[in-house]
Design a protein around this ligand. Structure first.
Ligand code: ATP
Ligand code: DP6
Length: 437
């Protein structure tokens, strides 16, 4: 890179004189309650079954991505993920997604000769996840949703969420759901070209505000077997998966949509837990088998099962909380807000946290919604619950995050380099990553 990009920052934003531009967006994770696990087309990323997820608030968990392009920059398109650079050309998925977005920009420029030829400029992309990457917490979903959203915004082609969702799918299947807020289905479709394999919003984030999420971080390292390779081995080897695709998921998708529309928590919870169980059963039925849960995950499942069986005065429902696990041991609990303090107290009793130099009590649970101050102290459940789960060794759960159902990607800024409000952009006026916090 040679030219002084700061001159571009000072230049007018008149499109005809623009020589450099940057944009920043954030995108949320989504955690499925009917799991996607299997592709019928690996190149187009078309699934073997439909799936359904809740988009979690990006105030708590998000990928933030800044994109930068300048006429004077030479060299290859590059992505810095959490500080580590990667050439876009080195990843088939990144290459495809960027090429498709560039095609959209190129078509726009072809239709209007006055537009700057941003499509011809090198891209510099900087992204950070504020939660563990590749640990079974849907970083590929928020990551590719943010990438597509920000580059589309940079290119000024971000008009249609459905188009962006389909592009995000080419980066990672589950990412197509993160372009929407609320309750989102990815309908598998049947056309070979994938044109009917699309994400659709089942209900907006405002639909069922009582439902909240607790994320129990059990392991924040990278998983051993990626979702991409794990699900392919499942498709190739698991007879149980074939049964799941043909018979179980189609029925569950309909039942889950009904449960969401009618805000029937008992049905929602049972379907969620059964589907998580079956996803991990299918992993076990894969040959060689895949194990994503660990002893802590299994103890949490048992504790939640025993808690659900413990009567709660004034509550006639069958379930108070539902667990679900992606491809890793980290737990996501979906539950009505009124049970959050009690479940936190229960988890803290059976899984005492370790206050080390790196994890203070505040970092362990930041209480972003001040739930502890809002609700009366929970009843002393450890005395009433009947459970086989012993109090565990300290440190089994590293961190607890409290989230809600939230909105889709947020476009934070677009303008000449250096024009973003303080703290918004991740990229310098020279197109390099800014120092990480
Ligand atoms: N912010 C990001 N920008 C671009 N790509 C990202 C970003 N975050 C993650 N990715 C991509 O997603 C990959 C991780 O995906 P993977 O499916 O293995 O884990 P996960 O999505 O965290 O877990 P799961 O899919 O089981 O919930 C990373 O190696 C990287 O290629
Ligand atoms: C267990 C899951 O989280 C699997 C997600 O798989 P990915 O979307 O990460 O896989 P690729 O399409 O190969 O990128 C279930 C789900 O999110 O539905």
């Amino acid at each position: 890179m040679t030219a002084n990009i700061n001159n571009a920052a000072a230049a007018a934003t008149d499109p005809s004189t623009l020589t450099a531009i940057e944009a920043t967006a954030t995108a949320p994770v989504n955690i499925a309650v009917i799991k996607y696990w299997g592709k019928r087309d690996q190149s187009l990323i078309l699934p073997t079954n439909s799936s359904l997820s809740l988009t979690l608030s990006q105030d708590i968990l998000h990928s933030k991505t800044s994109a930068f392009a300048a006429a004077s920059v030479s060299g290859e398109d590059t992505l810095w993920l959490n500080g580590t650079p990667e050439l876009v050309s080195s990843s088939t998925r990144l290459r495809k997604v960027i090429a498709a977005l560039r095609d959209l920009r190129r078509a726009k420029e072809a239709a209007n000769a006055a537009l700057p030829k941003i499509s011809q400029w090198t891209l510099r992309i900087v992204s950070e996840n504020n939660f563990p990457t590749a640990a079974g917490l849907a970083s590929s979903a928020s990551g590719f949703a943010a990438l597509v959203a920000v580059v589309a915004h940079l290119y000024d082609v971000a008009q249609d969420t459905a188009v962006l969702s389909s592009l995000a799918r080419l980066g990672s299947g589950s990412a197509c759901r993160s372009l929407y807020g609320g309750f989102v289905a990815w309908e598998m479709g049947c056309k070979p070209d994938g044109s009917d394999s699309v994400a659709v919003q089942v209900a907006p984030e405002s639909h069922w505000p009582e439902i909240e999420a607790l994320v129990l971080v059990v392991h924040d390292g990278k998983k051993g077997i990626s979702s991409t390779s794990g699900m392919q081995t499942t498709v190739d080897t698991s007879p149980l998966a074939a049964h799941r695709f043909a018979h179980v998921v189609p029925e569950r998708m309909e039942a889950m949509k009904r449960a969401i529309h009618t805000k029937d928590f008992d049905s929602f919870a049972e379907l969620t837990m059964r589907d998580s169980n079956q996803f991990h059963a299918v992993c076990l039925d894969t040959f060689p088998p895949i194990f994503y849960l660990n002893d802590v995950s299994r103890a949490i499942i048992q504790l939640i099962t025993d808690y659900n069986a413990t009567p709660c005065p004034g509550y006639s429902g069958k379930f108070k909380v539902a667990y679900t696990y992606d491809a890793g041991p980290n737990t996501v609990l979906y539950l009505p807000r009124r049970f959050v303090p009690e479940v936190l107290a229960l988890v803290n009793h059976y899984f005492p946290h370790s206050v080390t130099a790196s994890t203070t009590a505040v970092d362990y649970f930041t209480d972003p919604y001040q739930i502890m101050a809002t609700y009366p102290a929970p009843r002393p459940l450890a005395d009433t619950i009947v459970t086989r789960v012993p109090v565990q060794a300290e440190g089994g759960i590293k961190r607890i995050l409290h989230s809600k159902v939230g909105d889709g990607p947020r476009f934070l800024h677009r303008g000449v380099p250096g024009s973003a409000p303080a703290g918004v952009s991740l990229v310098s006026t020279q197109g390099e990553p800014l120092a990480r916090k």
